[in-house]
Design a protein around this ligand. Sequence first.
Ligand code: NA7
Length: 548
Amino acid sequence: MAVSAPTQQLATGRAGSPDAPDDVLADVVVVGAGFAGLYALYRFRQLGLSVVGVEDAPDVGGTWYWNRYPGARCDVPSLFYSYSFSPELRAEWHWSEKYAAQAEILDYARYAADRFGLRPHIRFSTRVTDAAFDEATDRWTVRTDTGETIRATYCIMATGCLSVPNEVALPGLEDFAGPTYHTARWPHEPVYFRGLRVGVVGTGSSAIQLIPVVAEDAAQLTVFQRTPNFSVPARNGPLDQADEDRFVRTFDVYLAGLESPDFGRVGTAAFDAPVPPVDVQRARYERLWEQGGGAILLAYPNLLTEPAVNDVAAEFVRDRIRSIVTDPVTAEALCPTGYPIGVKRICVDSGYYATFNRPNVALVDLQRDPIESVLADGVRTASGTVGLDALILATGFDAMTGALARIDFRARNGVTLREAWAEGPRTYLGVAMAGFPNLFVITGPGSPSVIGNVIHNGEHHVDWIAGCIAHGRNRGASRIEADARAEAAWMDHVAEAAGRTLFPKANSWYLGANIEGKPRVFMPYVGQGYRYQCAAIAADGYRGFRFD
Ligand code: NA7
C-alpha cells in the first residue's frame, strides 16, 4: 500500500488511537478531485506538506465528470471559468467556444491534473464514509468505502457545491419500464433518444441545456415543469485569438478587483443607486439580451435589491419569452412569476424557448396539472396520461451541504456535523466550523461560493487556508479551530447580508428550498468585500481562530 511521506511529527506518533501498518499517513487529506480539490493538492504540496486525495469518481473533474448530459456546458464564459493561479496554464490552454461543453471542461481538468503531476496523489473510485477528530493526536481519522484508514492532521473538504444529485421520489417511479436518467449521473455510454417518447422532469439549468438537444432526436418530448425559470440566450460561438487577447488584457484588473472592499454581488452601491426610468432600463436589457449571457443581472447595482428595478428586468424577459413562443398558453406557462429575476440562478440557454415551437415538444405545467403517478409506460397527471419510453430527471442537487452531510463527521466533542447543522449550516467565513479543528471546507456555506466564479472562489479559499495552516505551523500549533463566537457573528452577518437583498424571495437551492425537510437558510454570502475581509482577518493573526 502506498504511504505518503509522513511528517516527523506524525512518524514519531503520539498518544491516541495507534496507527495500523496499513494506515495511510499524510499531513493533509483532500476530499474531492474537482477544480478545488486539484488546486488544493497542488498548493499544499507547494507548502511542503504530504497530501492524499480521495475521489469518488474514477477520474478527476468533479461535477464535470458526472454531468455529461446532452448539451451540458458551463454558464460562465470559459475564459473566466478557468484557473487563475498559473499564467503558464492560462497561456497553454485554448478554449474552443465562449461557453465550453462538458467534455472540453473535463479535458481541461485532466490536463491540469497531469500538468501538475497530481494524479499519483489521488485515490480514485474511493468515497469517504466517516471522519473523526482524534483529540490525543490532533489528527483526523478518515475512513473510506474501500476499507482504508487515512490519518491526516488537516482535512480539506473539496466536495463541491453541486455534487449530490437530488433523487426525487416521484410516486410509482420504480414501476417505470423504460430507462431513467438523472442529469447529474449521466451514463458514460452513448444514450440514443431517436424515435423515442421522452419525458424531462425539471426546468432548471440542466434541463434548459438538455431540452433543445434531446428535442432534435426524440419523436416526442414532454417537459414536466414545476417552476418556470428565467433564462437568457448564451449567444455561444467559437473563440479566437482576438477574444483571448482581449481577455488577457483585462484579466489582471479583474483579479485585482476581487480584493477590493467593494467587490461583491451586492455592494453598498446597491443601496444608494437610483431607479432608472423604465424605458432606459428596457433599452439596456435589450442590448444585454442581444449580447447574451448572464451579464443582464449586472445591468444595475440595485437589480437584486430594488423591486422597482428587478420587476422591469423580469417583465422584459417575460416579454421576450412571449415574443419567442408562438402558443400563448405555453408562453404564459413558461413565464416565471412570483419571484424576482436573478435570485434563483439565472439559466443561460441556446434555443430553449424556441424549442417549444417544435411540433414534437409539449409542456406540462405541474402547478395546474400535477404528476399523480409514474406508470410502466408513462406518467399520469391530473388531466391524463403521457406515454413515455424514457424519463430524464433534471431535478438538480442537494446543494452546498449535501456532500458534507453525507459523511459521518465527528467533532472534537463527539457531535456529528449533521447534528451541528440540524438548523442549517454554520461556519466561520464558509471555511471552518467551531468544534471541528483542522477541518476546512472549500467554498462552503457562508462564503460567496456559487455566487460569482466558483473556480476562482475555490482558489481563494485554498490559498487562504494554506496561509492559515502555515501560520499555525509557524506557531507550533497542532490544532486550528474556529471560535464559536466568531462563527456565530459571521453567520449573523451572512444572514443580514442576504436579508438586505431579494435573494431570500425565491424557493431556490441557495436556500435549500428544493430539498424536502432541509432547513431554509440562505447559504451563500452575498455581502461585499469578502476577500478583503478574509485578508484583514489573516493580517490580524487569523482573528476568530484558536491555535493550540
Ligand atoms: P436546479 O436548478 O435545482 O433545477 C432542478 C429542477 O427540477 C427545477 O426546475 C425543480 O423545480 C425541478 N424539480 C425538483 N424536484 C422536483 C419534483 N419533485 N417534481 C418536479 N420538479 C422537480 O438543478 P439543475 O441541475 O438544473 O441546475 C443546478 C445548477 O447547476 C444551476 O443552477 C447551475 O449553477 C448549474 P423547482 O424549481 O424546485 O420547483
